[in-house]
Design a protein around this ligand. Structure first.
Ligand code: ZN
Length: 283
């Protein structure tokens, strides 16, 4: 199942078109994409029946109408240094606990966002984003995936001067300017992937490939992240987890390269699609 936020309304993406959730379910499920996660198992079960029941109801849509598939998560977890090559380029040794911070929810936007660049050095980080569908508290590896509603693509945009100022880094602030959390284009349920633990992940900046890896290269894979995070915090339905970025960020290039208003950032994950982000500066 592919679940999108189409101009603020939940929609299933079927055969390239959209099926409005509230209409197709006769109001059993409302239009709010965020509210579906509160009743996720029932929604997912119903959604499986839709392609056979109502193929004709699928209508073409404009990708610029796609909002964040999870527009108002209560908690946003983000993981740093989760790919060995990226940890090395960032100058850190692999750690015994995943580095955890937040992107404040006001930073979350969707497909085709135009993000205003603040002063400073704004960098890209393509990431697999995990969406929680069932509350997860102290889960074990074996059941971890059962708590996942789906996967989407995220960009953990980061302003490096804010992030790295001071004696201890300010990860959460430096990564939470408005628009710094593009996600999308939609949520894809785990059953849609041939191997949900091994997906090609990449990003291109104005047609130049900057990052290219596989999610199987994560130091802490999706089940392990959910084990470690849920050992401390209950993960709530509709929460999201940015799972870390592979090597190839702008801050560690020679010379360093940062985002400009002329850039188009295209992030891609196998089996999900592409997420396009553009930039502007304040007048
Ligand atoms: Zn990141």
């Amino acid at each position: 199942m592919r679940l999108a936020n189409l101009a603020g309304r939940a929609a299933l993406v079927i055969d390239g078109g959209a099926v409005d959730v509230e209409t197709a379910s006769d109001g059993r499920f409302g239009p709010d994409p965020q509210a579906l996660f509160d009743d996720w198992p029932a929604f997912a079960e119903w959604a499986e029946t839709v392609p056979d029941a109502a193929p004709a109801a699928s209508v073409a849509f404009d990708v610029t109408d796609l909002g964040a598939p999870v527009p108002r998560p209560r908690q946003v977890f983000a993981i740093g240094l989760n790919y060995a090559e990226h940890a090395a380029e960032a100058g850190y040794p692999p750690d015994s606990m995943p580095v955890t911070f937040t992107k404040f929810p006001s930073s979350i936007v969707g497909q085709q966002a135009v993000v205003e660049l603040p002063e400073g050095n704004v960098d890209w980080e393509v990431e697999l984003v995990v969406v929680i569908g069932r509350e997860a508290h102290k889960v074990d590896r074996e059941s971890a995936w059962d708590h996942v509603a789906g996967l989407t693509i995220g960009q953990d945009l980061s302003e490096r001067i804010t992030q790295l100022q001071g004696s201890a880094p300010q990860f959460s602030l430096g990564k939470s300017f408005p628009g710094f959390g593009p996600t999308g284009p939609w949520l894809v349920t785990p059953d849609e992937f041939a191997d949900r633990d091994d997906l090609a992940i990449s990003c291109r900046l104005s047609d130049e490939t900057m990052q290219s890896s596989r999610t199987s290269m994560m130091l802490y894979d999706v089940p392990e992240l959910l084990v470690r995070l849920s050992a401390v915090c209950p993960l709530l339905p509709g929460d999201i987890v940015f799972s870390g970025t592979p090597a190839g960020i702008g801050n560690r290039r020679t010379p360093p390269r940062f985002l400009t208003p002329d850039d188009v950032l295209v992030s891609e994950i196998e089996g999900i699609g592409t997420l396009t982000t553009r930039f502007t500066v304040a007048d």
